[in-house]
Write a protein that binds this ligand. Structure first.
Ligand code: SAH
Length: 352
């Protein structure tokens, strides 16, 4: 390699690393040893690779960097939630969240710096999308939270949700490659059914996931099952209407036999009436599904307000009457802006 621009070693597959060692006259199995240090053990320095000779470590240093993320700021909520502001190798910041419950510890991770979709109720949408995260940057967020779960709760990380900043299906290859590492024995060895990818619902990409035979769970941020309302909330619905979304979900179910979760916020005067609840119940019948009703987390003084408890109860009743499972989720980490839709690098912005 020419010049002083070293490559991020974790961009290499195991096979590419094997080729590198063979070309340098070393043994093929060396690659596996190094790979294990890099992923399974998440080492940040070549010098800590204790079963690798000094000469080989120098060779690696000459050619490669390990671009590890750094937890820049950790905030603790009164409800136990932890938010990490994570600094990337180019000084950009993303956020990830540890959410503890009595049964689970969930890592909520980001897939992009900022977001290009303009959902009107989401703080991340206020940040322009700056770039996709690399697979190792996604993986490292999970490792950081896994370590915090062990340090602060003496419990293992049990679940991962792609519900942080960004739209995972617009960074498809890197998200899948990260999940590959998270689930492989050389990485974290977590079960795919413990992982949920949440999307605004891009029909073309939902079909692709189904074709690729993914084994993780799918959640769709629905928020309205009436096109006019959904387009007002989520402009992407103008070009990807509910009919197309529904067809892609049928395809998903046909191929994967996995039910889908709909995330749904109920806003005062926007979608809190019976008409919207009935439309949701009908949409839920398209394929086996369940609904997570999530509380609105205010992001400013704007037009959106959480619906009344009565309106939420009416939704639950209507859904139940249609035989649909609906859970009302409590908001977590609101006091540190760690709840759904609140991830916006506020501290960084404040520091500017
Ligand atoms: N882009 C993906 C991943 C982000 S997940 C997606 O949209 O699914 C973040 C979840 O929080 C989404 O369901 C989103 O609709 C929801 N959300 C965004 N802003 C919110 C807010 N202010 N209050 C509650 N939920 C919000």
């Amino acid at each position: 390699m020419e010049g002083n621009t070293k490559q991020d070693i974790r961009k290499l597959s195991l096979e590419e690393l094997e080729t590198f060692f063979l070309e340098k006259g070393d043994k093929k199995f060396r690659a596996k040893q190094v790979y294990e240090w890099l992923w399974h053990k998440s080492l940040k320095n070549f010098d800590d690779m204790s079963n690798i000779s000094k000469a080989t470590r120098e060779l690696l240093k000459e050619h490669f960097d390990i671009n590890h993320i750094q937890v820049d700021l950790m905030q603790h909520s009164t409800d136990g939630t932890i938010k990490n502001a994570v600094k990337l190798f180019d000084d950009k910041i993303v956020e990830s969240v540890l959410i503890p419950t009595s049964k689970r510890i969930t890592a909520c991770v980001s897939s992009q710096v900022g977001c290009s979709l303009d959902c009107n109720f989401c703080a991340t949408a206020r940040l322009k999308r700056m770039r996709n995260l690399n697979p190792d940057e996604i993986y490292d967020q999970v490792v950081a939270i896994k370590e915090e779960a062990e340090t602060y709760f003496s419990r293992p990380l049990t679940n991962i949700v792609f519900m942080g900043m960004g739209e995972p299906l617009l960074n498809y290859n890197n998200v899948l490659s990260a999940i590959d590492k998270i689930t492989s024995p050389e990485g974290l060895g977590m079960a795919p059914r413990r992982i949920t990818l949440s999307t605004v619902g891009i029909p073309k990409m939902i079909r692709k996931m189904a074709d690729d035979g993914v084994r993780f769970n799918l959640a769709v941020s629905l928020h309205a099952a009436i096109n006019e309302t959904r387009t007002r909330l989520m402009p992407i619905n103008a070009t990807n209407p509910l009919e197309d979304l529904a067809e892609s979900l049928q395809y998903w179910y046909q191929k994967t036999k996995r039910k889908v979760t709909y995330e749904y916020v109920i806003w005062d005067g926007i979608n809190d009436d019976e008409k919207h609840a009935v439309a949701l119940a009908k949409f839920c019948k398209i394929i086996p599904s369940k609904v997570n009703i999530i509380q609105y987390n205010p992001i400013d003084e704007g037009e959106f307000r959480q619906a009344s408890q009565d309106a939420v109860n009416r939704y639950v009743r209507i859904l139940e009457n249609h035989g649909i499972i609906a859970k009302v989720r409590k908001s977590r980490g609101q006091d540190i802006d760690a709840a759904c839709g609140q991830l916006a690098n506020k501290n960084e912005v404040a520091a500017l």
